[in-house]
Design a protein around this ligand. Sequence first.
Ligand code: FRU
Length: 492
Amino acid sequence: MEQLYKEKHRPQFHFSPEEKWMNDPNGMVFFNDEYHLFYQYHPFGTTWGPMHWGHAVSKDLIHWEQLPIALYPDEHGAIFSGSVVVDWNNTSGFFQDGPGLVAIYTSADNYPDSDRPRQRQSLAYSNDNGRTWIKYEGNPVLSDVNITDYRDPKVFWHDETDKWVMVLATGQSVTIYTSANLKDWEFASEFGNKAGSHEGVWECPDLFQLPVDGDEHNQKWVMLVSIGDNHEFKEGSKTQYFVGDFDGTTFVNNNPDEIVLWLDYGRDNYAGVSWSDIPSKDGRRIYIGWMSNWRYANQVPTEEWRSAMTLPRELSLTSSKDGVRLVHQVVPEINSIRKGSQGYQNLTIESNQPISFNMFSPLMEVNLEFEKRTSDSFGLVLQSSDDEKTVIRYDVEKEVIAVDRTNAGDNSFSESFAAVQEASLKIENDRFKLQIFMDASSIEVFANDGKVVFTSLIFPNKPYDKIALFSDEGKTHVFSLKLTELDSIWGK
Ligand code: FRU
């Protein structure tokens, strides 16, 4: 067997489980100086199966320590997605002295003597920093026989109303419940039956508040909603968000119902939610997603394990001509794996004469700032000597950025994998910035400071070792190009 974390396509600076299948991130919480990451886990295979919660912890969101499985299926079924909160004031009565962790998750089985899925919400608590968990004897705490898709509770404390709030995916809507003690839940409101995209079942909601443009006096609420795979749509599973107001009971969308806002324009960022209980002196809203897509997640060409998480990102809100939008920024803790870099300034790319640079490491961060001059389109190609390549192109006339993985590497495992991923992006002052993180089987592209993001799996047979900057039918100026080698987070 290949050495652990050295296998072909194994991500080197993204979290993936030591072995077997993983999907959604769950229960992310910060407590006693540790970031916890739980996740949907199938310990007996590399395809989806009876769900457990796997567990890892980190001091810095970048380096992860794999821990034993946290939650096992029980008499109420498998353990589907959910959240963890710190019960600071022991509202649940689960703790003797001091605060502890409470997990709120979906118990998934079937109705007795039936094939109909049954999804109900349950609790477990931990007195020892998430190392061991006790299931609540009163489980399940919330059910509804009329709603079949009834899952993925995300809970947070709402100070103004002195209550716990739960957002729950309920078919094609999000239902909001409130509670004083995490055990007894009351219906508050339902959102979304007519709003946004309904191209698939709604899953994994999140709801949190953020200042707009950093202004503490102008706060908005963001609701994330993942949308399950539907074969009528080529993108597979994807994530939308809403921006609005929330009073502890009701979420009001600030945009017209027909506006759809996408969290990520790449195919591989799904079921992501944010960390709970980040200390207020830190104040960040930190997000991580599952770096795959239900369309082909069970088929991607890895053997010992399947799936990784995205890089952790800080989410913030910025206002633009179109309205208030989410922006992603990789957390600055990434600095701990930055190694040597090479920089170039003021390059001119002549029409149809690409300039190439050697990439001195298979793990790379690329920072680039282009200035639009006379070309029809410009961009870069990441490639290997095997002619496998990923192309990032900005089309000047259409004002569209595309990440093309049609020839990125192995795509034989699914007809849906080869794809050109696109997003509209207007550039201001002719300047166009790109930040790219390239790992063994993914690239994450942040355009213009994270205003548009693409998270995309790629499976090159050999690591890309060359970057070529191109300018089609006219010139492009490059203010700067910086190539930074990144370190592996595993096995030191
Ligand atoms: C999203 C999802 C959730 C569910 C979990 C099951 O990817 O379908 O709705 O709780 O995965 O593993």
